[in-house]
Ligand binder design. Sequence first.
Ligand SMILES: [Zn+2]
Length: 68
Amino acid sequence: MIERIDISRIHVLGGTDDDARRFVESDFKIRSGLCPNGHGLLQETDFGQACEQCGFSTNKRAEKVAHQ
Ligand SMILES: [Zn+2]
């Protein structure tokens, strides 16, 4: 089970609560293996994950979840 980061632990330098919320959402999607820009599944690469559609890439890997 992938859980969102506790938003109270996030501090976006020079940012607002909205920035913190966006960070939490995009981090959650990345760890779920999804493009934070809404393109669906990310491709696994040697260094992490990448989106073929928008070129987004990250060195965070998706956490494996058991789909039932
Ligand atoms: Zn994308």
